[in-house]
Design a protein around this ligand. Structure first.
Ligand SMILES: C[S@@+](CC[C@H](N)C(=O)[O-])C[C@H]1O[C@@H](n2cnc3c(N)ncnc32)[C@H](O)[C@@H]1O
Length: 289
């Protein structure tokens, strides 16, 4: 991670946080349950997460309870909940989740929409799509259709109010749980993914209604997959401000001698020393067409 020394505030605290075990979080699934019901059943094990009133640290084994099994709550880390909280899908809207499996954010959005409107949850991977289907069934999401195709090939004879592009990435934000990521990934791997990530984001711009919104997110710290990808589409899109529900840093506007758009300051980075969880990058855009 040394290559991020100049862009990550309080770098020593960041490195120290990567060595700490990560708390396990749950999101109460208000489609199948209520905050009160889950509190009544598991209250002794729950510690408030400040990001949203549905998220809690679960001081135990959240995947081994009947509450998990019947979809009263979903095991989802707090940082993973941030992109939907920024996108704010609303009742009755048409939403595309372009890279959806295994469905943490899809099921969160279905609950935010009170199971109304329509979500198209797409993923390229057949194996992961099966997990997505099972999670959507378990959590009672009835406003969601699952499609299995390359996001770059989604037909363009339809448009959406809101689109989430939770892009495939090198995953450095998972370094607390995956020791092999603690030193950071090979920058060449990050550069290799950037083309696909930019293609998916460009596709989302074409599928978005003129007054619609897109959230682009990754769980990595690599600027090649974050600000540099978003920078490539800014001729066709504008960045919108983000009101983060937790401590965060602004996006960077230059990297290794390359100047980027100053508007990238509007993007957000969340590090494990700011929110005691994994890391994430979030950009909120609207198309200029
Ligand atoms: C970060 S994961 C998504 C996690 C998911 N949004 C969630 O919250 O549970 C990225 C996903 O992108 C999918 N993916 C990779 N390439 C893709 C493509 N070209 N089109 C659509 N999905 C793709 C992967 O199969 C993977 O499931």
């Amino acid at each position: 991670m040394e290559r991020y020394k100049d862009i990550i505030d309080e770098f020593d605290a960041f490195v120290e946080a990567l060595e700490q075990p990560q708390p396990q979080d749950i999101r109460i699934n208000t489609i199948q349950s209520s905050v009160q019901e889950v509190r009544d059943r598991y209250g002794d094990l729950l510690i408030d997460r400040d990001v949203d009133d549905r998220f809690f640290i679960f001081d135990g084994e959240p995947g081994k309870t009947v509450g998990h099994w019947r979809g009263a709550y979903y095991v989802q880390e707090a940082t993973s909940g941030l992109p939907p909280l920024v996108l704010q899908p609303d009742n009755g809207e048409r939403v595309l989740d372009m890279c959806a499996a295994p469905g943490s954010k899809t099921s969160q959005m279905a609950a935010m929409m009170n199971n109304t409107g329509e979500i198209v949850a797409n993923d390229v991977s057949g194996k992961r799509t099966r997990g997505l289907l099972s999670n959507l069934y378990r959590t009672g999401c009835v406003n969601t259709t699952v499609t299995e195709r390359d996001g770059r090939n989604i037909p363009e004879d339809t448009q959406f109010d809101k689109i989430l592009v939770d892009a495939p990435c090198t995953g450095e934000g998972n370094a607390r749980e995956q020791e092999q990521l603690r030193d950071g990934v090979d920058p060449a791997d990050a550069r290799d993914l950037a083309g696909l990530q930019a293609d998916l984001l460009e596709k989302a711009l074409r599928l978005c209604k003129p007054d619609g919104e897109i959230v682009y997110s990754t769980c990595t710290f690599a600027p090649e997959e974050n600000e540099m990808v978003v920078d490539t589409v800014l001729e066709d899109a504008s960045l919108l401000p983000i009101d983060m529900p937790c401590p965060a840093s602004d996006g960077i506007t230059a990297w290794q001698g390359t100047e980027l758009s100053s508007s990238l300051q509007r993007t957000k980075r969340v590090y494990p020393h700011q929110l005691d969880a994994g890391g994430i990058f979030i950009a909120r855009l609207t198309p200029d067409h």
